[in-house]
Design a protein around this ligand. Structure first.
Ligand code: ZN
Length: 332
């Protein structure tokens, strides 16, 4: 990085020398200076539940002096910063962080990157009430890993669809039902409807549900499906959450793709082609077809016997059209 900075600083000096030689007016010089000012922002998506994500930036001024920098995000007032550095930011809702340069009252956006914010938590039911808790046990760590893989792989354009939203993963403990969670109690006697009609109370998870009256989009998930030590998991560990977050992404980040996904699915049925994993389930709706495709992209099979199918390679060789759609959303 140092070498690169030196090279660019040298070219910055050259620009100043040139503009002086050509006798630019101050306004023209300001334009030239900002036009030549560059900057990068690095925003790692570690987990959605990092309360203070770290950002890093580096700038290369287009002239010798007078360029000022600031960081802007969400509804917060801009923070004046130096030409390079790192900083942890604290904000609850998904927002785009922008690196801005200004020179003689003119501003330029140098870089922008969206950080998806949210929470991963479970509940303690020991006193008869559902008490929200955060812990560092294996299921929570697994949920953080899976959700950061999924959300961290979204393209910048797709991430921006979640601005202002809080993405939650709610883990329900062993022995409890999905509908024991406060946000999902109202589904207690309800069924999913659709081709494979099931009771919500018996599901190991559901794709992100917008919680009415809030900016939260919550994905409930069974603890046993996140615990490598559990012997009662119905699926390989991590599969259910990956699949459900696949639904979350299609519904809240990529809903414009639904007609296309459904067209691909129907063409495949008509051509009598193979589907990922359990064919009858994968081909049942555009939603399941997409969610299983996402599970394959993230190499988490619905069952061990299908591990060879749940890969990007299988998609490349067998369903390249679905892979193209997945890659318009995930940069994996
Ligand atoms: Zn599903």
């Amino acid at each position: 990085m140092k070498k690169f900075q030196k090279a660019l600083t040298a070219s910055g000096v050259l620009v100043v020398a040139l503009s002086a030689a050509l006798n630019f007016s101050p306004a023209q010089a300001a334009g030239t200076c900002l036009e030549n000012t560059r900057g990068f922002l690095f925003v790692p998506q570690t987990t959605i539940s990092d309360s203070t994500p770290n950002i890093f930036w580096q700038t290369f001024p287009g002239c010798m002096s007078g360029v000022k920098y600031s960081i802007q995000y969400g509804q917060y007032a801009p923070i004046t910063v130096g030409s390079s550095g790192s900083r942890s930011l604290s904000f609850p809702e998904t927002a785009t962080v922008k690196l801005i340069a200004s020179h003689q009252g003119v501003k330029k956006e140098l870089a922008a990157s969206t950080i998806i914010r949210g929470d991963v938590y479970t509940y303690d039911f020991s006193d008869g009430l559902a008490k929200k808790i955060r812990d560092h046990r294996a299921p929570t760590l697994k949920a953080k890993e899976v959700s950061s893989n999924i959300f961290g792989s979204l393209t910048e354009t797709r991430k921006r669809k979640l601005i202002g939203k809080v993405m939650e993963v709610q883990i329900f403990p062993t022995g409890k039902k999905l509908t024991d969670l406060p946000d999902f109690e109202h589904l207690e006697d309800d069924t999913t409807g659709g081709t494979v009609d099931r009771d919500y109370a018996n599901l190991p998870g559901i794709g992100g549900i917008a919680i009415s009256g809030t900016n939260r989009i919550a994905t409930p998930i069974s603890e046993v499906e996140l615990d490598e030590q559990s012997d009662s998991a119905a699926y390989p560990i991590g599969y259910v959450l990956t699949h459900e977050l696949g639904h979350t992404v299609l519904d809240h980040v990529a809903s414009d793709l639904k007609p296309k996904i459904d067209e691909l699915r129907k063409n495949r049925i008509n051509a009598n082609l193979d589907f990922l994993g359990t064919d009858s389930y994968t081909r049942s709706t555009e939603h399941e077809y997409w969610a299983e495709g996402a599970a394959a992209l993230f190499a988490t099979p619905i069952a061990e016997q299908y591990r060879n199918e749940y890969t990007a390679k299988w998609l490349t060789d067998n369903d390249a059209k679905l892979l193209t759609q997945l890659k318009s959303v995930f940069f994996k």
